[in-house]
Write a protein of this length. Structure first.
Length: 357
C-alpha cells in the first residue's frame, strides 16, 4: 500500500486541452508545464499533453528534462536564458526563448552559433514584473532584427496581471497598450494565460499559454472547473495509517490545538507539509472517505494529520481517502488553507508517488 499518492488522469489532460482549443479556436496552444507541471509530474503531464503545439517551461533545466525524455515538440523557455553557456545549450536543444531584458539581447548579439532562435519578445504592459516597457519595445525589436544571426522568427507577447477579474479596467488597459505598440508589425502574438482564455476571449492572440486549466482547475474565482467543462487531472489519495480512541476532553496533535468535544474516534492519515499540504489547513478542513466528508482535527504535521471519523466504523487502517479529487475540488481545499489552487498543486512534493491512469 502506498499511503499517499497522486493519481494523474492523462485522459483528463487531453480532454482539457480540447476544451482550451474550443475556447480559443483561432490560436495555437503552448501547454505550460513549468513547476513540475503544476505538481502533476513534468514528463508524465507532457506526454499526456503531447497534442499541444508547444510546451512552456520556466527554466532551462525543465526543458532539458523534456528533451531527455524524448519529447521533440517546440519548447519555450519562459524566463529566457541568463548566460552565454545557457544560450549555447538552448541552441543545442532547439529551444525557443523569451527575451524580456536588455542583457538577453546582448547575449544574442554575441552569439556566434548557427542556430537561429525563435524569439518571443515580451512587453511589460502593466504587471511590472518582466518585459520591456511599451516605450522601449520597438527599440528592443530593432536590436533583435539587426542580429548577426537573425532570429528564425520574432513573436510578441505580454502577460495579464488581473485576467481573473472579468471586466477589469486594468486588463483592458494592458490589451490597449500591447495592441497600440504591436499593431502593423505583422508578428504573431501571445497574450492569454488560462484566465485570459476563459475570461477574455478577445485576448487569445495567435498563441495561448494555458497552465492551470489544462490540469482541470478553474482560473476564475467563484467558478468551478466543471462549469467550464474541465476535468481535474489529479486525485491526491491518502490512507489511514493509525486509529485512536480519544476520550472527551483530551487533545490531539502538536500544541494540543484540538480538544475532543466528546469521546472520539480519530484516524491518522498519511500526508503533511512534507508532502506539500500546508500547515495552514485548519481544523474543520474536509477529507473524503467513500463520498463522506470528515474534518481535519488539530495541526497538520510533517508526514500526517488527524481526522475525526467518529461514527464511521468502516474506516479502518488501510482505508483510502481523498485529500482532493472527485467530490472535493482542490479549489475548495485551497480556500480552507487560505491560499489558491495553484499553490496547492505546485506544492505537491516529488516524494509523493505520481501514478498515471
Amino acid at each position: 500500500m502506498t499511503p499517499i499518492r497522486a493519481v494523474i488522469d492523462t485522459g483528463a489532460l487531453r480532454s482539457n486541452l480540447a476544451v482550451v482549443r474550443a475556447r480559443a479556436p483561432g490560436s495555437r496552444v503552448v501547454a505550460v508545464v513549468k513547476a513540475n507541471a503544476y505538481g502533476h509530474g513534468l514528463v508524465m503531464a507532457a506526454v499526456g499533453l503531447a497534442g499541444a503545439d508547444a510546451f512552456g517551461v520556466a527554466r532551462l533545466e525543465e526543458g532539458l528534462m523534456l528533451r531527455e525524455a524524448g519529447l521533440t515538440q517546440p519548447i519555450i523557455l519562459l524566463e529566457g536564458v541568463f548566460s552565454a553557456e545557457q544560450l549555447s545549450e538552448a541552441a543545442v536543444h532547439r529551444f525557443e526563448i523569451v527575451v524580456h531584458d536588455p542583457t538577453q539581447i546582448a547575449l544574442l548579439e554575441e552569439f556566434t552559433g548557427s542556430w537561429r532562435f525563435t524569439v518571443w519578445l515580451k512587453m511589460d504592459t502593466g504587471m511590472n514584473r518582466l518585459g520591456f516597457r511599451p516605450e522601449q519595445y520597438l527599440a528592443a525589436l530593432a536590436r533583435l532584427q539587426a542580429l548577426k544571426v537573425p532570429p528564425r522568427e520574432v513573436r510578441v507577447m505580454t502577460h495579464l496581471a488581473r485576467a481573473d477579474e472579468t471586466g477589469s479596467e486594468a486588463t483592458a488597459e494592458q490589451l490597449w497598450r500591447f495592441r497600440e505598440v504591436t499593431a502593423g508589425l505583422g508578428l504573431k502574438s501571445s497574450i492569454a494565460n488560462s484566465a485570459g482564455v476563459f475570461g477574455w476571449p478577445d485576448a487569445c492572440g495567435d498563441w495561448v499559454r494555458p497552465g492551470l486549466a489544462l490540469y482541470g482547475v478553474s482560473p476564475l474565482p467563484g467558478v468551478t472547473g466543471a462549469s467550464l467543462g474541465l476535468t481535474p487531472a489529479m486525485t491526491l489519495e491518502t490512507a489511514v495509517i493509525g486509529l485512536r480512541e480519544v476520550p472527551r476532553g483530551e487533545h490531539v496533535g502538536y500544541a494540543g490545538a484540538w480538544q475532543a468535544p466528546r469521546d472520539s474516534r480519530i484516524a491518522i492519515i498519511a500526508g503533511g507539509y512534507g508532502d506539500g499540504l500546508p500547515r495552514s489547513l485548519a481544523s474543520g478542513s474536509p477529507v473524503l472517505f467513500d463520498g463522506e466528508r470528515v474534518p481535519i482535527v488539530g495541526r497538520v504535521s510533517m508526514d500526517m494529520m488527524a481526522v475525526d471519523v467518529t461514527g464511521l466504523p468502516r474506516v479502518q487502517v488501510g482505508t483510502r481517502g481523498l485529500l482532493w479529487g472527485p467530490g472535493l475540488p482542490v479549489e475548495e481545499v485551497a480556500a480552507h488553507a487560505g491560499t489558491i489552487s495553484y499553490e496547492m498543486l505546485c506544492g505537491v512534493r516529488q516524494r509523493v508517488p505520481h501514478e498515471p491512469v
